[in-house]
Design a protein. Structure first.
Length: 272
């Protein structure tokens, strides 16, 4: 069992044996990112069902990524908004020099997971907002950017426009480059998996879209719908789902903690 050091709700619940025993939890995030969440759920007694409805694929225009990496020295800030973006960036960087550690630009990460992914490459994020959403990242950047800063924003092709729009409105130059795409992953058995579950988890608006496009909305009924944050919750509600749980910390640890908080406060994670 992992150490109780990251989240008090998780740690408190671990003092009870298997607080989510008997609960079957659907994980819809990309397969390569599902393992840690599945293990955490198992540690508190749940039975995870991994059913990725999206997958991460290269961007439509990989040349634009390579061009941006070649031109890194011309930017003041590099902004990364996901762990997938960090992986794509360092993949593109591998064939170029100097290394990012030798550059003068500063790096911003949207949250602690993204910052940790940078740290694994030996790079420290100079800025991480307290709330892990684009609006908060824009606020934090606008408070420290020099006049007419040049910013390289590396993110998903499907990302919301709020961050580049706010930075440009403040007079900054933003190169908004898609370093990966999120593609719907088809699962002909998804409806059957949903019927077998008690709790459905969503970690991004794209997972909500993938779930809906796989034709599973009709199976939701009164099941618990748990979302990683308000943006994902908004997407789930727009799709017609009744959102039961929204994490206060927008990470998978925060999502698990929110489920455990509901269990502690109501005695059940039921949507009723």
């Amino acid at each position: 069992m992992r150490a109780c050091s990251t989240n008090s709700s998780i740690c408190a619940s671990m003092t009870r044996r298997n607080p989510l025993a008997g609960k079957r939890v659907l994980i819809t995030r990309p397969e390569h990112q599902s393992g840690a969440f599945a293990r955490s759920l198992s540690e508190v007694g749940a039975s995870p069902i991994v059913a990725p409805v999206v997958e991460i694929v290269p961007p439509d225009d990989p040349d634009s990524v390579r061009a941006a990496v070649r031109d890194l020295n011309s930017y003041d800030w590099l902004v990364l908004t996901s762990v997938n973006g960090v992986s794509a960036f360092f993949g593109a960087l591998d064939s170029f020099s100097p290394g990012v550690r030798d550059l003068k630009l500063k790096l911003a990460a949207i949250g602690p997971r993204t910052a940790h992914a940078l740290a694994l490459h030996g790079v420290r994020a100079a800025l991480v907002p307290e709330e892990y959403v684009a609006e908060a990242l824009a606020d934090k950047l606008l408070a420290v950017l020099p006049k007419s800063a040049r910013i390289l924003l590396l993110r998903a092709a499907e990302a919301r426009d709020v961050l580049p729009e706010r930075l440009r409105a403040a007079g900054h130059s933003v190169s908004d480059v898609a370093v990966y795409r999120t593609r719907i992953r088809r699962d002909d058995n998804l409806a059957k998996k949903v019927r077998a579950c008690d709790i459905l988890t969503f970690t991004s608006p794209s997972t909500v879209k993938g779930f809906a496009e796989n034709g599973a909305l009709g199976e939701v009924g009164t099941k618990v719908v748990a979302c990683i944050g308000p943006v994902t919750a908004q997407a789930a509600r727009a799709a017609g789902m009744n959102v039961t749980v929204v994490a206060r910390e927008y990470t998978v640890d925060g999502l698990l903690a929110a489920l455990l908080d509901r269990l502690q406060s109501t005695g059940s994670v039921s949507a009723r």
